[in-house]
Design a protein around this ligand. Structure first.
Ligand code: S3P
Length: 160
């Protein structure tokens, strides 16, 4: 399985879809699987149940996907690597870090209403603490800053 990790706005879903089309693998988005499990949009779940409950559901969903999915391109939500169990499970997959600078990540992430983490946390601090975690978990890092999804997709294919 090829697993895309990185901060919100790194382009995991956009690049993931293109990479799937290019490799002939199915595309799976952990956030979409999670929304199905939660039965409501992510911002609503944060409001009703809080971040701790969200992380618990996210961890279970991502561990299930990593264990049971057929070969695919899997995009993980930006906070999924907060679980040590998820990080450990990544060891048996090809992990690609879509790196992006913070300014561009925020521009691409768009309206913070859809991403509760951008409203609830010190975002530069969150970015700085997560970046080394993505880096350590990844087999390959691809810089996406200033590059479009097609170029990034080709870089990943080249690097794997
Ligand atoms: C989150 C990232 C989001 C989503 C949720 C929490 C985070 O996914 O899982 O809002 O903690 O970084 P994207 O990285 O796809 O935006």
């Amino acid at each position: 399985m090829i697993v895309l990790v990185g901060f919100m706005g790194a382009g995991k879903s956009t690049v993931g879809r293109q990479l799937a089309a290019r490799t002939g693998l199915p595309f799976v988005d952990s956030d979409a699987a999670l929304v199905e499990r939660l039965g409501m949009p992510i911002p609503d779940y944060f409001t009703e149940h809080g971040e701790t409950a969200f992380r618990d559901a996210e961890r279970r969903t991502v561990l299930d996907l990593l264990a049971t999915q057929e070969p695919c391109v899997l995009a993980l939500g930006g906070g999924a690597l907060g679980s040590a169990e998820v990080v450990a499970a990544l060891a048996s997959h090809q992990v690609v870090h879509l790196d992006v600078d913070l300014e561009e990540a925020l521009t691409r992430a768009g309206d913070p209403a859809g991403r509760p983490m951008l409203r609830r946390h010190d975002v530069p601090q969150l970015y700085a603490s997560r970046r080394p975690v993505y880096e350590n978990a990844a087999d390959v890092a691809v810089d996406t800053t200033g590059r479009d999804a097609g170029e990034v997709t080709e870089s990943i294919i080249h690097a794997l």
